[in-house]
Design a binder for this molecule. Structure first.
Ligand SMILES: Nc1nc2c(ncn2[C@@H]2O[C@H](COP(=O)(O)OP(=O)(O)OP(=O)(O)O)[C@@H](O)[C@H]2O)c(=O)[nH]1
Ligand SMILES: [Mg+2]
Length: 462
């Protein structure tokens, strides 16, 4: 039996209305004490899944607010329990007064994620769907939204059910091998084939995991290069505002600066960095260290080169190192093309001939057209990143870890199946272990502490 919990479900902040949700066995009793309707209507006489205009009243029967009551008896509700949602006016004093009144009448404050946890405990959703709801709330990009929605629809649960079915089929082969032992029937080839196919499917979804942060947190684009190359000017032009300080003094930017744009359904975060050069200044040295770190962490690196002067030999070496290290994700951007050109795209091609498939752009931060050209190239690269992701779902760290464990167990079975004497019993044991990992993944056999950890990452009211 669950007690009645209450919380504001809509975020605090401006807006016309707010939603307060109550769930538990005694919601109707609780609301009976604090509600008033037109005529003779009472909360007890209201049919489930209907909406009613009424008032919240205090203990002296004074009106607190005119509200809508949305009544949903369990199990046909999000939590699976009797639920009443109150739509009230979005004023923090009214919201606090209503929640306090609910508490006076027997409810208690909901903990973070408690509504979704109840939905899970009442078998309304799987643990995977629960985690996806959290992703949905926190989604920073359209892609994240789409993927989290697909997960709530059960895409990932389907995938897991498929894996479970395949493991059960292999287990059936092992079982059959015990029964046909005398007839020398060899099931090993089928077992090997099926396990190999399973491992391939697991590897496909694992491959996307390192890139998932791009969907969840947005794309990071670092601007690196020599001092005075024009990084901060380009950073400002891309953002469309003068965020970074620009001067003709070499070494103006000392720290990493972040600025974001919403583009193509995703966040692009540009990172302006300290210009790279040999320096004895410890503050500048620390800044340069951070420039390298920014390039490491970025999904795309803009290697910024001042085209209005020739590169020194030490710079060529430095640019070469960066370009080689980040070849897959780099674009050379030749700045200041409104001035006389001393370093051209051909120069870059000749100097860095060993780096294949270079993207080279020539821009002026003072010219809006060239900034559009940089953005268009970035859009194509971002699209490529999204296109390479195959799985239609997002994995949490918990899910990834369990899938990895399952992969290890399945890998253990291959040598057993390949051996001269096939150890069907040992293979069965390993497969059962794999099934256990799957059960933990969906939450069928998951421990309470893990459930708590999953739902505590939610906000209150969900
Ligand atoms: N003509 C012209 N001048 C530019 C352009 N971009 C930058 N500059 C000038 O070049 C100088 C250095 O620009 P910044 O953007 O501060 O260069 P930076 O790479 O951030 O320099 P540090 O922060 O010192 O590493 C400034 O005087 C800018 O006005 C450009 O496209 N055209
Ligand atoms: Mg700068």
């Amino acid at each position: 039996m669950f007690d009645t919990i209450v919380a504001q479900s809509t975020p605090s902040g401006p807006g016309a209305i707010a939603l307060i949700r109550l769930s538990g066995k005694f919601v109707r009793e609780c609301i009976a004490k604090l509600s008033r309707f037109m005529g003779k209507k009472t909360i007890a006489s209201i049919a489930s899944h209907t909406v009613h205009l009424g008032y919240i009243v205090d203990k002296n029967n004074e009106k607190i607010d005119q509200v809508l009551f949305i009544v949903m008896d369990g199990p046909k509700s999000f939590t699976g329990e009797d639920t009443i949602e109150i739509t009230c006016h979005n004023n923090p004093f009214i919201i606090n007064a209503i929640i306090s009144r609910c508490i006076e009448c027997g409810a208690r404050h909901a903990a973070a994620g408690e509504f979704t946890q109840r939905a899970f405990e009442n078998n309304k959703i799987s643990l995977i769907e629960g985690e996806a709801i959290n992703d949905l709330i926190c989604a920073q990009s359209e892609q994240a939204l789409k993927k989290a929605l697909a997960q709530v629809d059960g895409n990932f649960s389907h995938y897991i059910a498929g894996l479970e079915q395949d493991i059960l089929t292999i287990l059936a082969y092992c079982q059959a091998s015990f029964e046909f032992l005398d007839q020398e029937h060899d099931f090993a080839p089928q077992i090997i084939e099926q396990i190999t196919a399973l491992l391939q499917r697991i590897q496909t979804i694992k491959a996307d995991y390192p890139m998932q942060h791009v969907i969840k947190e947005g794309i990071k684009i670092a601007l690196v290069g020599s001092v005075n190359a024009g990084k901060s000017s380009l950073f400002n032009a891309l953002l469309g505002k003068a965020q970074a300080i620009v001067t003709d003094i070499a070494g103006t930017t000392r720290d990493t600066l972040y600025g974001s744009l919403y583009q193509q359904g995703a966040f692009w975060t540009f990172i302006d960095t300290a210009g790279i050069r040999v320096s004895n200044d410890i503050i500048e040295q620390e800044g340069i260290k951070r420039s390298y770190q920014a390039a490491e962490q970025a999904d795309i690196v803009l290697i910024v080169v001042d085209s209005s002067r020739e590169l020194h030999s030490s710079e060529i070496e430095l640019y070469h190192d960066i370009a080689v290290k980040h070849a897959e994700k780099s674009i050379f951007v030749l700045t200041k093309n409104d001035l006389a050109q001393k370093t051209s795209a051909e120069t870059i091609n000749t100097l860095f001939a060993d780096i294949n498939n270079k993207h080279i752009l020539s821009v002026s931060s003072h010219d809006a057209h060239s900034i559009v050209a940089v953005k268009n190239t970035l859009m194509q690269l971002v699209q490529k990143i999204f296109d390479t992701m195959q799985a239609p779902f997002l994995l949490s760290a918990r899910q990834y870890h369990l899938i990895e464990q399952m992969e290890k167990v399945l890998q253990n079975t291959l040598p057993l199946a390949h051996s001269d004497i096939v150890y069907y019993e040992l293979i069965s044991k390993e497969l059962q272990q794999a099934l256990e990992h799957l059960s933990t993944l969906t939450g069928k056999t998951v421990s309470t502490s893990i459930i708590d950890t999953v739902f505590r990452t939610f906000c209150v009211g969900k």
